[in-house]
Design a protein. Structure first.
Length: 291
């Protein structure tokens, strides 16, 4: 009897063998198609991120930001294991908050993949720029230290500068409320990241003069002393001039450089001498002063 049943079962399998194989093939193809679409949806479709209720705010900020043409998964990677862990956590915990390491940590490792050209400029030379090269490559500071203040906006957090440069407060009169990036440009070629053009946006200066080729910060120290005194002129550059011609005589009488030489023009003209010299003595040709 057992043998009879076995023969019948084998005959039944043989009869439906083609159908079973076809069914297995169809299920395999459908499974592959569905699996591929599911993979594409989770790995390449920003709408997948939006399917989670805690992502609404982040999704809206992404749509308004400069990275809106880059899909979420470009920066927010999920392995298959993490993806399933996230799905299980969502199903089990529902609307309760749960952590996902891909959300806060991993994206920052992807910045260099797109922005390498920007941050590498100047890393070997000062030809192009210096700011990012110095902070990222020379000092090994992570992007999130300076850009991690707001969700998906990535604007530089100017407060982060003070975390490292605590001795660099602004002491200039009228400049106390200035932020660091008001003057320091990461794209500047100078190691100080300050070009003369940055100063001239606010300070109108004569285009030509004895020291017009100098950088402003060579005399004015924004983090120390902005306004110069005569001793600063003598100590830095003009010690020899003080002993030429009538300079020494006038200084022995208590006069200072800035009593006659006006900032940024410096040369005493004949017209200026009429009001300057006559305060103490008769007018003399200023050209004879150095003899």
């Amino acid at each position: 009897m057992r043998r009879n049943l076995s023969d019948r079962f084998e005959a039944l399998i043989a009869h439906f063998r083609g159908f079973i194989l076809a069914l297995i093939a169809v299920i395999s193809v459908l499974g592959a198609v569905v699996g591929y679409k599911y993979y594409r949806h989770t790995q390449e479709d920003p709408e997948f991120c939006m399917s989670c209720h805690v992502m609404k705010e982040a999704f809206q900020e992404w749509q308004r930001g400069k990275h809106r043409d880059i899909v979420c998964q470009k920066c927010h990677h999920l392995s298959l294991i993490e993806q399933n862990q996230l799905l299980v956590s969502y199903v089990v915990k529902g609307k309760s908050k749960f952590s996902g390491t891909h959300g806060r940590k991993k994206p920052w490792t992807e910045c260099k993949n797109c922005h390498l050209s920007e941050i590498s400029q100047g890393s070997l030379t000062l030809r192009d720029s210096y700011g990012h090269a110095k902070h990222v490559f020379m000092l090994n500071i992570q992007c999130k230290v300076c850009h991690g203040e707001s969700l998906h906006l990535f604007k530089p957090n100017e407060k982060a500068c003070q975390d490292c440069h605590r001795d660099k407060g602004v002491h200039g009169v009228g400049m106390e409320a200035f932020s660091c990036l008001k003057c320091h440009s990461f794209a500047d070629k100078s190691p100080t990241m300050v070009s003369k053009g940055r100063c001239l946006r606010c300070h109108k200066m004569p285009p030509n003069g004895p020291m017009s080729k100098f950088q402003c910060y060579q005399c004015h120290k924004p983090h120390g002393k902005i306004k110069l005194k005569s001793k600063d002129c003598l100590g830095e550059c003009h010690g020899n001039e003080a002993r030429v011609g009538q300079h020494d005589l006038h200084m022995k009488k208590g006069m200072e450089c800035l009593d006659c030489h006006k900032a940024h023009t410096w040369v005493v003209t004949h017209q200026q001498a009429k009001s300057l010299c006559t305060r103490c003595h008769m007018l003399r040709d200023p050209n004879t002063f150095i003899y």
